[in-house]
Design a protein around this ligand. Sequence first.
Ligand code: GLV
Length: 320
Amino acid sequence: MLAPMARVVVSSVLAVDLGPLLPAGTAVIAPGRGSYSRAELLATLAEADALICLLTDRVDSELLAHAPRLRVVANHAVGVDNIDLEACARRGVMVANTPDVLTDATADLTFALLLAAARRLGEGERLVRSGAWRGWEPTQLLGVPVSGQTLGLVGLGRIGAAVARRARGFDMPICYAAPRPVEGAHELGARHVPLDELLAGSDFVSLHGPLTPETRGLIGARELARMKSTAVLINTARGACVDEDALADALTAGRLFAAGLDVFAAEPALSPRLVACDRAVLLPHLGSATHRARARMAELCAAAVTDVLAGRSPTHRVGP
Ligand code: GLV
């Protein structure tokens, strides 16, 4: 008797065609374009052995209840805050993510945001496009310096460390806050300090940790009040790590120089108060958005599914 065909649901069109990357004979169920809505996704899962999903798909008990045959969820992201890992473990569903392949892309974007916020590139672009620019002026759109200024990294994992490597090229003293000292930090020239010391001493504070119950709202009114009024906050991690209202308060009152945000608490919804802040540079979650990174993320998802369908544990398995 022929083995039943494995069915892989892919919740969105990805940067590469997954068909050739999956075992021969696999049935791939995916939208013709764009992404499945929640209702469409749930409706496709009844026979699915594997799911490749986006960070915008919630993998929770409700979804798992619609997928009785599911064996693996491959998250097309490094962050897994969209997945109820406990519920997956209870159901014996393996979870995999896509680390490493997006580290450089995300660190590059972090630096782009840092420079853009420090040197007021968003305001400058809007001025030029509006037609209101009247020419060079000695006091126009003055920013804060980057070279030689202190960078505080909240989290020194793969992406934080890659940002630190870039910062060294800008002669930036680096400190980091993390639950415990990180191996290799010394070689990066990064000093381990308590979060409060980092906030008070840094000219740039950049967030590089996962969203967990402990890091939700990590940067709130109290933390922002500790930062220098000339400082810049950068967030390419998860929006919910920052209290957006408190950030809008600080920017509006001039208690913080600027912010560069690639992520938001309730994407794609935006805080109208942040949108109103000229000093906030806002991007639509572009951290990993290069052709190369997105292709490799799709390939890692296909590899994780292939592993599990063959009875192996995926290389980048994540657990509760
Ligand atoms: C992007 O935000 C990711 O987690 O990969």
